[in-house]
Design a protein around this ligand. Structure first.
Ligand SMILES: *Cc1c(COP(=O)(O)O)cnc(C)c1O
Length: 374
């Protein structure tokens, strides 16, 4: 480790976790786990103590999003990736349109495209770092797009396109939920997993669903379509109303998620959480704008994500080398998205991240680059 350039300890962030997912888990969430002992962890998820945690999460998510009348929170096992398959079975009648401008949007598009019971997906694409929005099209019954494309750091609006009739808007909010403002009435399905803005572990999915989405789930379940039980949103809906999941959930993840929701609501709700991420990403974008060897990857300021900042580095600065020095000193996971293949840092600044630590991160990068370039 002799070749590691030592960063003065006063410059280092207090917490060096800046991953885009999994992301920083706060000490308070771990304390909540300990505090839940011995009544919750290691006990039946069909009994009140665990069901109470699920109920709290569903209630608090409703509060965080000021859920309109008739909207419900449902959950299940398998994370957002599993939700794509569940959506292909339980939400799409015949054909989905996807706005795909990065890795995650493309993956969901592929899931509905390959489903043998559905028509070929209609695909709208944009190059990495840019975006495309949904648009009304004949024969489409689901419009899908990511609120925040985590692979590129692009955030788009959540707005129901004009003229789509009874088609559903199905928004991947895996990295946006909990850290980005939204008018939830614009989405029929706003789904996410707990390992990003909710600072918990992965493996579960949550979805805020509108009355129209619930009607669609019921309609398709009654249609006779074969749906694997584990991918049925009707089964998830029925279980969620009973504060449970079809099969055993990760109870610790639920407890940590509840703790993060309590923290968000105590601080002032979604506005508080979103403002905190905005402040953190603003520090990074300001720094990228004034520093000679950096450039914000997303050129349109309106599309720049408040929760995942992607910053290109000048070719004289090797991102891998910079990250090697940081990682050796506990500052981790600012790698660019694998398949993007750019000389870049990608910084996850979900609400759990302290903006002061982001200031420190910037100072550490300046400190290292000053020495790496000489
Ligand atoms: C992380 C992520 C996913 C995948 O989530 P999993 O829970 O790991 O399946 C999907 N979509 C977006 C936008 C993401 O950021």
């Amino acid at each position: 480790m002799t070749d590691i350039i030592a960063i003065p300890s006063g410059l280092l962030p207090r917490d060096g976790r800046f991953g885009s997912g999994p992301s920083k888990v706060s000490d308070a969430q771990l304390q909540a786990l300990v505090a839940s002992q011995p009544r919750v962890l290691g006990t039946s998820h069909r009994q009140a103590p665990v069901k109470d945690v699920v109920r709290d999460i569903r209630t608090m998510l409703g509060e965080l999003y000021s859920m309109p009348e008739g909207y419900e929170v449902i959950l299940g096992n398998g994370g957002s990736t599993m939700f794509w398959d569940a959506a292909a079975f339980s939400l799409v009648r015949e054909r989905a349109q996807h706005s795909a401008f990065g890795e995650f949007g493309s993956k969901f598009a592929k899931a509905t495209d390959l489903a043998p019971h559905l028509g070929a997906s209609s695909l709208r694409t944009a190059p990495a770092g840019e975006a495309v929005l949904p648009e009304a099209e004949d024969g489409i019954d689901v419009y899908a797009w990511p609120h925040n494309e985590t692979s590129t750091g692009v955030r788009v609006p959540v707005l129901r396109p004009a003229g789509i009739g009874d088609a559903l808007t199905v928004v991947d909010a895996t990295s946006a939920a909990g850290g980005v403002r939204v008018d939830i009435a614009q989405a029929d399905v706003y789904y996410f997993a707990p390992q990003k803005s909710f600072a918990s572990d992965g493996g579960l999915w949550f979805a805020i669903v509108s009355p129209a989405a619930i009607a669609r789930i019921e309609e398709i379940a009654a249609s006779g379509r074969w749906i694997p039980e584990s991918l049925s949103l009707k089964v998830a809906l029925d279980n969620s109303r009973l504060e449970q999941t079809l099969n055993t959930p990760a109870v610790a993840t639920l407890v940590m998620m509840r703790a993060q929701l309590e923290w968000m609501l105590a601080g002032g709700g979604l506005e508080f959480a979103a403002a905190r991420s905005e402040r953190s990403s603003g520090i990074l974008y300001d720094w990228a704008g004034r520093t000679g060897w950096t450039e914000t990857f997303v050129t349109n300021p309106d599309l720049r994500s408040p929760v995942v900042a992607t910053i290109d580095l000048h070719h004289s600065v090797d991102s891998a080398e910079l990250r090697r020095h940081l990682r050796a000193q506990g500052v981790v996971d600012i790698d660019p998205y694998r398949k993007l293949g750019r000389n870049q840092v990608r910084v996850g600044v979900y609400p759990a991240v302290d903006p002061e630590d982001v200031e420190s991160l910037v100072r550490c990068m300046d400190y290292l680059v000053e020495r790496l370039l000489t």
